[in-house]
Design a protein around this ligand. Structure first.
Ligand SMILES: *Cc1c(COP(=O)(O)O)cnc(C)c1O
Length: 339
């Protein structure tokens, strides 16, 4: 039995999802004539209380389009040093938008409104890049699936308003945050100018992300998506997977969170492990004792067909997901307990 906890992107479509995909009504989405894509976009726009939504092949492309919508070349976005847009999108911020990132030294990928204030370049000081955007990630990926305090997000919104900055949310795993906290999608819609959400992580779709925002800002999104090469044709087959996932795979996320916590509890007790980061959702990040060789540890797990990934600096990551079954969970806990 292969146990793959490298990421929540390793899931394969379920039978129900495949059926939904096979029977989808489709059209040419570049002409906006795909009824299933249109239905998915409308549903998500409505869910977040925004005017528009646009389907993208990847979360990176949705984020990159958002950066482009909010900025002009030479400007600067404020984000955490752990941010996906900075670390894991191939340098796209500079490549696609010609902008730089001002990194905040945050806590598990999260920062405070005061740190944002300190990071804004004075707009009349023309020697430094003009700050025009603040980007946050919820849940934080490199930060171990941590969920933001909504009150802090509100305080940051007030700073954005005062300084006329755009406010973008990388909500690749916002579904996990929503499952864990009291806020609703509409609460997030009210706060942020643009939100990207992934359908291919916790929700188990083979592909797909959506960028959500109001009409005025989203006007250029269709053109930017085309420029980035993301204009797709009969893509309703994929949007159908998204609609199916929204109906069937949202409520079960708490199950992934519970499993992650149980894994963390076992790891806490292992002498070879120095520290387990707080576990709030489906991501478990832990650090090995310095005398333990990371590659040896990984190889030992791999020899039992258990696969996880290194995050650098002796830290490792496990992510629970839709295809990680109860049987796999029992086996993993047993193997870890015997380590
Ligand atoms: C996965 C992820 C994305 C998007 O990744 P793609 O692989 O391009 O879909 C964006 N932000 C965060 C925080 C992610 O974890």
């Amino acid at each position: 039995m292969t146990i793959d906890l490298r990421s929540d992107t390793v899931t394969k479509p379920t039978k129900g999802m495949l059926d939904a995909m096979m029977t989808a009504k489709v059209g040419d989405d570049v002409y906006k004539e795909d009824p299933t894509v249109n239905a998915l976009e409308q549903r998500l726009a409505h869910m977040f209380g925004k005017e528009q939504a646009l389907f993208f092949p990847t979360g990176s492309m949705a984020n990159q389009a958002a950066l482009k919508l909010h900025t002009n070349p030479g400007e600067q976005v404020i984000c955490d040093k752990y941010a996906h847009i900075y670390n894991y999108e191939g340098g796209g911020a500079s490549f696609n938008s010609g902008i730089s990132c001002k990194l905040i030294d945050g806590d598990r990928g999260m920062f405070t409104a005061n740190q944002v204030i300190e990071s804004i370049n004075p707009p009349d000081f023309y020697h430094s890049p003009l700050t025009t955007l603040v980007e946050v990630e919820n849940t934080t990926n490199k930060g171990g699936g941590a969920c933001w305090d909504f009150e802090e997000l509100k305080r940051i919104k007030a700073v954005c308003k005062k300084h006329d900055l755009g406010y973008h949310l990388d909500g690749a795993r916002l579904w996990n945050a929503l499952a864990n906290t009291n806020e609703t999608a509409k609460d997030y819609g009210q706060l942020f100018d643009t939100i990207s959400v992934c359908l291919s992580k916790g929700l188990g779709c083979p592909i797909g992300s959506v960028l959500i925002g109001d009409k005025e800002l989203m006007q250029g999104a269709l053109r930017i998506r085309k420029i980035l090469g993301g204009g797709m044709r009969q893509v309703g087959y994929l949007a159908a997977a998204g609609l199916y996932a929204l109906d069937n795979h949202v409520d079960r996320l708490v199950d992934d969170h519970l499993k992650a916590k149980e894994i963390g509890d076992v790891l806490e007790d292992l002498s070879i492990i120095k520290k387990v980061e707080p576990i709030e959702t489906n991501i478990v990040i832990f650090e090995l004792e310095s005398h333990v060789d990371e590659s040896e540890f990984l190889a030992q797990l791999a020899s039992q067909d258990i696969h996880i990934i290194g995050m650098g600096s002796n830290k490792l990551r496990m992510v629970t997901h839709l295809d990680y079954t109860n049987t796999m969970h029992e086996r993993l806990l047993e193997i870890l307990n015997n380590f």
